[in-house]
Every structure is written in C-alpha cells, then in structure tokens.
Design a protein around this ligand. Structure first.
Ligand code: TXA
Ligand code: MG
Length: 328
C-alpha cells in the first residue's frame, strides 16, 4: 500500500491551520511517506519520515536539492535522540543547554542506524536537532519517528518564515503545510560538528549565537571557513538567492532600490523600505529578515540596499545570509 500511486503533477499543496486535528492528518501523511511542511522556531521545514528512503527522496525532488547536501533529522525530545544516536562528549553540554532549540549537532552514524542513508547524503554522520516550537514538537511526538527536514524552499532560494512563503515556493508540490504563524527566530539553526581532533566546530552561524556556544563550552569556537565537501557539503551549495539584487553596507539608496535598515527608518527612505528592528535589536532583526526579503521579491523593486549590520550575536547569522545572497 502506498499513497504514491495517487500522487500526480496536478496535486497541489494544501495549507491548514495547525490544530490537534490537522497535526493528526499530517502525521498520517508522514506515515504514508508523504511530505509535510511544519513551523519550527527558526524557519518552516519540509519534512518526511527520516527512516523511509522513498519519502526522503521526495524532499530532494520537491526542493530540487543537490543530492550531495544532507538533511537535518528532527526529534521530539532529547530522550528520543539518545534512543537512536550518541552525542559525542564535547557536544553533550551544548545539547543539554540548547535543546529544545536552534542548534543542530552533526553526530556519527551508528551501525544499523534506521535513518535513511539519503538523509546523510552518503556521509558517515547525521545532523540532529530538537526544535523548540509547539507544533513541531507535537507533530514529532505523535509521529514517533525522526523527521528529516530542510528549510521548505526550493534549493538556493530564501528560507520561509511564514506559511505563505512555503506556498509561494512549493505550492505545486504534494505537500501539506501546517500553518503555525511566523517563526520566532527567523534564521536557520546553528550547525556544529566535532572536529576529528576533538573540539566543537561551527559549520553554520544561526539562531544560537557563537558567543552563547562559547559561554557554555568555556572556549573559543572555530568556524569552518573553507568548503569541505567531505564534512560540510552544504557550504558548497548555492544559497539564499533573492530574486532582486542585494547591495550590502549601503549608506544610501540608488535608482529603484528600497532600503532595509536597522534602527529607525530614515524619513527619506523610498516607499516599501523598512526597518528590520526600529530599536536596533539584532534578535528582532533576524526574525524579520527573510519575511522582508520575501516581501521585496513580490514588489517590483530594482534592488534592496541593506544598511550595515553589526557582526555580533545574531548579526553574524544575518550577515552570513546577506553575504551569500549578495554573491548569488
Ligand atoms: O533551522 C533549521 O536548521 C531548519 C529547520 C527546518 O530545522 N532546517 C534547515 O535545513 O535549515 P537545511 O537543509 O536548509 O540546512 C541544513 C544544513 C545544510 O547546510 C546541510 O549541508 C547541513 O545542515 N548538514 C546537514 N546534515 C549534515 C551532516 N551530516 N554533515 C554536515 N552538514 C550537514
Ligand atoms: Mg535551507
């Protein structure tokens, strides 16, 4: 028995407000090997049963994601992680402090691991995370399986922080979108791994700041900067490509651009401009970033000028996304 037989190119995404009933429907879909987009505190995910190869393959197909780029597996709680995987010593403190939360930890794949090898994209590791969002937690708890979920956007495009952004990107796919409102953090999880010689390394800046990790570890943390196709293939993939040109560290706006700024919006800013945080709060700015870029894509603007963002705390995650978007 397989729900695939009814799937066709005519099938379009369904959107439903998250409730105990619709979460039940979503769990049934996951169990049938179909896709569900769900809110997390960072961004919306495109989920499938992580133990089902065919279901995981559907994620790659729907997103047009390069098959070398592995997926994060989501668990309901830390005990379910421990039941399937071992967190290496140096990362245990981070898991204890930050889960549930916006931290993904790359751990070794145990032998006889039920998680699809496709989710690991052929690596001998798996990225895991326990999200901190009531809808995600309930979905994972009721499903009772790990759920592989990249951000719910076409590969290389902006991550979605609202259900309508998922629909705009994946609306022609056989996916159920659980609408749980806008995501609180707004940038993807921080990804860490354990270096072969022991220390925790930063693979991606994200919702938990580097400074917060360093406080818990009691040491400075090194960021992997050179793309390493063996350990961090995601750094090779195209990313965060807005459909309008981005110009960073802008101090003015030029023909047809709108302004995205931090702090009060200047009174002479072109219509459509906005402040990511009128009070200059980087956490608020991160939460508003992708929605602001998505909205700019839907307006006929010539470009987006972004005023300087301090490279500290969540500012690092914001700048990482913006730089990659500007280079795209
Ligand atoms: O906040 C998030 O992390 C969101 C929500 C849905 O949880 N998910 C997300 O997934 O951003 P995605 O696929 O867009 O980004 C996952 C990143 C990619 O850069 C991928 O290469 C990396 O994590 N990754 C996943 N598994 C890995 C592994 N085993 N080793 C190294 N990097 C891995
Ligand atoms: Mg992504």
């Amino acid at each position: 028995m397989n729900a695939d037989t009814t799937a066709s190119t005519r099938t379009v995404a369904e959107i439903a407000a998250a409730s105990p009933e619709t979460i039940g429907v979503a769990v049934a879909r996951l169990t049938e090997g179909r896709l569900v987009s769900f809110p997390t505190e960072t961004v919306y995910g495109l989920g499938a049963d992580a133990t089902n190869d065919r279901a995981v393959a559907k994620i790659f197909k729907a997103k047009q994601r390069p098959s070398f780029n592995p997926l994060i597996c989501h668990f309901a709680d830390i005990d379910s992680v421990h039941a399937m995987l071992e967190i290496p010593g140096p990362a245990q403190k981070l898991a204890a402090r930050f889960w549930p939360g916006s931290l993904s930890i790359v751990v070794p794949r145990p032998t006889n691991c039920p998680i699809s090898r496709l989710a690991s994209a052929g690596l001998d590791t798996i990225a895991v995370r326990v999200p901190d969002h009531p809808v995600a937690t309930e979905l994972l708890r009721v499903a009772g399986i790990p759920v592989a979920a990249p951000s719910a956007n076409r590969s290389g495009r902006l991550s979605p922080t609202r259900a309508k952004d998922v629909m705009a990107s994946l609306g022609d796919q056989d996916v159920m979108v659980l609408d749980g409102g806008p995501c609180r953090i707004g940038v993807e999880s921080t990804v860490v791994a354990i270096a072969p010689d022991g220390p925790v390394e930063l693979m991606r800046e994200g919702g938990i700041s580097r400074e917060a990790l360093e406080v818990v570890l009691g040491t400075a943390i090194k960021k992997i900067t050179t793309p390493d196709s063996v350990r961090s293939p995601g750094m090779l993939a195209r990313h965060y490509e807005p459909q309008v040109p981005l110009r960073l560290d802008a101090t003015d706006t030029r023909g047809g651009e709108i302004l995205l700024c931090l702090g009060p919006l200047p009174s002479n800013a072109p219509p459509g401009s906005r402040s990511l945080s009128p009070t200059g709060d980087l956490t608020e700015a991160a939460a508003n970033l992708f929605a602001a870029l998505h909205d700019a894509e839907t307006m006929a603007v010539a470009g987006i000028a972004v005023s300087p963002i301090p490279d500290q705390g969540l500012g690092r995650a914001i700048n990482d996304r913006l730089r990659r978007g500007a280079n795209g």
